[in-house]
Ligand binder design. Structure first.
Ligand code: PLP
Length: 373
């Protein structure tokens, strides 16, 4: 049985918005540009089953995930031929699973290749697809110099039976920032890396959402690795504008309990909220176990286009709001999305929580049901 189907709290996913976002991201690039939908962390909390299907409809070439388990999950969802790239480092312990399932792994150094090579040296195991990571300034994984990269490429060419050198890529640290010097230095390092590899592998890629949206002319890439931009939230938060993006996710619930709270009475743990007059208060079936953070007390949701404050502490599974007037049980409440003339965005929610939208969505738990529209 699917979890959450007996509760009105739900995520609604907008296929048209996702298709639109992919198309606007691709627009500045040549028509044959590849898109890898980044679906790590349960598709940024949106739901990997639903998002892979929607992204496929939008014509993406492949998928990117963070860990091998996520890659195998995507294969199991029925994507048998599509490239699936694991962006993090996978222990050589697990590479046979990757090779057999045609999963592409990221490689950060020569030692890894040397450790993997004897394991893969077998007639039964197909060549492992690998993408070499180039650290042009992210400081996370990958070759730090063209010389290091060349060594890895040489090793791959000498062991073509064990490895399929399918790609190389880098990742930008500041593509979402108005200051461009650091970005420009990374671009220069990336161009230097490309120069030492001849011939180039099939996939040569450098574009996360921010680079795609704000620097399409500057980067040499034949794959767009789209996360945030595909989901339609601004990768920079509020630093740079991205008006072309349409949010894919809405988060709604319904009032499950209503009461009048007499002046002076309190709400929730710690009794941190006290009614200053007689107030209508509704209880909503969502809490921090769903990924709606405890620190959201004082934020607001929308009821028929009207703001309603979250009062008292958010509890694990429920929270309370102050209604502008009495509403019946079953009234829809919007936490992210459109309600009447009003809209609440992920960026607003994240800003209130003092974090970034990425952290908000990846916390949305599997307990919330997902619906595709
Ligand atoms: C997560 C990730 C992405 C996607 O980033 P967005 O900002 O969501 O587009 C792209 N590349 C790498 C290496 C990543 O880890």
């Amino acid at each position: 049985m699917a979890i959450g189907i007996h509760r009105p709290t739900k995520i609604t996913l907008d296929t048209e918005a996702l298709v639109h976002n992919i198309n606007v991201a691709k627009a500045p690039f040549p028509a044959d540009i590849n898109v890898f939908a980044v679906v790590k962390a349960n598709a940024y909390g949106h739901g990997v089953r639903e998002i892979t299907q929607m992204a496929k409809q939008a014509g993406v070439a492949g998928f990117a995930v963070a860990i091998l388990d996520e890659a195998l999950e995507v294969r199991e969802l029925g994507y048998e031929k599509e490239p699936i790239l694991v962006l993090g480092i996978t222990s050589v312990e697990y590479i046979v699973d990757a090779a057999i399932n045609g999963i592409s792994l990221t490689v950060g150094d020569l030692d890894w290749l040397k450790a993997a090579q004897p394991i893969l040296d077998s007639e039964e195991i197909p060549p492992l697809k690998v993408h070499l990571a180039v650290d042009t300034g992210m400081g996370r994984i990958g070759a730090q110099t063209p010389a290091e990269l060349s060594e890895m490429v040489k090793f791959l060419r000498n062991h073509a039976h064990e490895f399929n050198f399918e790609g190389m890529f880098t990742h930008f640290a500041t593509a979402d920032s108005p200051a461009e010097d650091y970005f420009d230095a990374q671009v220069a390092n990336w161009n230097a890396a490309i120069n030492v590899v001849n011939p180039l592998p099939k996939y040569v890629h450098a574009a996360n959402s921010a680079a795609t949206i704000w620097h399409p002319q500057a980067i040499k890439t034949n794959v767009l690795r789209l996360g945030a931009g595909m989901y339609g939230f601004n990768p920079s938060g509020t630093d740079l504008a991205a008006p072309m993006l349409q949010p894919v996710l809405s988060l709604t619930t319904e009032v499950v309990f209503v009461k009048q709270l007499a002046k002076g009475k309190s709400v929730s743990y710690g009794a941190t909220y006290q009614a200053t007059e007689n107030e209508w208060v509704a209880t909503l079936p969502i809490g921090y176990a769903d990924g709606f953070l405890r620190r959201m007390q004082g934020y607001h949701v929308l009821v028929e286009g009207q703001p309603a404050e979250i009062i008292g502490r958010v509890t694990m599974d429920q929270m309370m709001i102050r209604l502008p007037k009495k509403y019946p049980v079953g009234t829809e409440v919007t936490i992210v999305g459109q309600s009447g003339e009003q809209q609440l965005s992920l960026v607003e929610l994240a800003t209130y929580a003092n974090t970034i939208p990425y952290e908000i969505v990846t916390n949305l738990s599997t307990r919330i049901k997902r619906e595709v529209k």
